[in-house]
Design a protein around this ligand. Sequence first.
Ligand code: GLN
Length: 544
Amino acid sequence: MSQTKYIFVTGGVTSSLGKGIIAASLAKLLQARGYRTTIQKLDPYINVDPGTLNPYEHGECYVTHDGAETDLDLGHYERFLNVRTSQANNVTTGRIYQSVIEKERRGEFLGKTVQVVPHITNEIKERIQILGKSGDYDIVITEIGGTVGDIESLPYIEAVRQLLWELGENNGIVIHLTLVPFLSAAGELKTKPTQHSVKTLMESGIKADILVCRTEHEISDDIKKKLALFCNVKQEAVIQSIDASTIYDVPILMRQEGLDNVALEKLALPNALEPNLEQWNQFLNKHKNPKHQVTIGLIGKYVELQDSYKSILESFIHAGAANEVKVDVRSIHSEHLTPDNVNEKLVGLDGILVAPGFGERGIEGKIKAVQYARENNIPFLGICLGMQMAVIEFARNVLGLDGANSTEMDEKTTHPVISLMEEQKLVTDMGGTMRLGAWDCVLKKDSLVHKVYGNTEIAERHRHRFEFNDDYKTQMEEAGLLATGLNPKTGLVEVIEVPSHPWFVGVQYHPEYRSTVANPHPLFVGFVKAVLAQKQQQTNASLA
Ligand code: GLN
């Protein structure tokens, strides 16, 4: 296919309608028909990237293989498509302005007045087309963050309008995602908000080709007809998106509604072949019909907001399906864990995961949770800060190094078992100054992680500043905490484990960013497997 085709996804009426899931579901269906598809997210905020955002603001910050700190929707894209995203897949207003201002400083505008139109809109158009021009994709789906009518999204909408004109008919289409609310007092679904938001889009010169209507109740043919008539789309282009029990059902629901058919037709692409969703359906079947159940505690400090640990929660879904286990994740606030209540709060957990994080808040609770898992032989996985807490716990309680800490929490600690790399010590900026993206790691032969991965050479994604302090390595190893994964170039410790424990692993990287439906992450699969085995062993022992 020579010409890359573009699908733009806009949102109306309210935020949080799940544009990312609709975009990922459509992409999945197109991919399952053999089209090379990718998804891009345009975020209208002024932060250059979400790396400096508190998870309470915007949920998890997702990290790509090439080290971009991005919106969590990119995680959905990768989990659905099993195709890597990159720096080019997430664009923010901050990034656009930064680049335009840098060009202005370099004199690239030749003395012209630099304006939103055309300079900002041109920059947006260029960024949208980077993926298409790479030649790697037949179809690029571009999701525009925010809601139509927002001041912030105006330049994006204008850029899309221009681009649609430039691309010409059948080369670019617009899907508008809206809400069709149910008024219980009237007992009716209401179409007016959708009509208004389509009208707002029209005022900006964009005609929606397809409407995807989020709803809690079935949308009747009569209502579809009404929406079609008043919003100027064909009736088959009014797609119902009813609440689903799992996001992984959405591609199947969109298939039933014919979203992929309509999109391909409007793009003048062949749509006769059925999508091949065999693997997807197998996963769904296992996910929905588990044979066993385990409870895993997720110890973190952002637990009030589910989106903060999105990739971890999804990784448990993938690993659960792979093991035919329902993983019941119990979120436990690390700030509320104290030496007095830790037994009571963690009792009954079959496995414990200590989550990534930044800053001092809640770390003592995390350290207590590690100790509880280690002393009670409960399968344990520590991710990033969670791994660092495992090292600190071991230093304090096994090596007897009182006050051992990370220099992130206590710069003057007498035992800095976690500390800054030399080259990081002079860094003062906060944004983009971490060890980011994929780094190679070599696993020690015959270690637990070697068995789990079935391989000794891996590459995993990072997002952190602080590191295991090598000065303590020998001491730790002699006492039973082994460094079983090292960066082959720098020697930095990436994995620790405690072989005297049934399953105790800490990783400096983030395995959760790499888990997908097609490729559940081996560490999560191995962890869930160990949790189940231990649970079954205990049940058998108590029955004997
Ligand atoms: N705060 C720790 C560091 O910067 C861990 C980061 C994380 O858990 N992602 O090293």
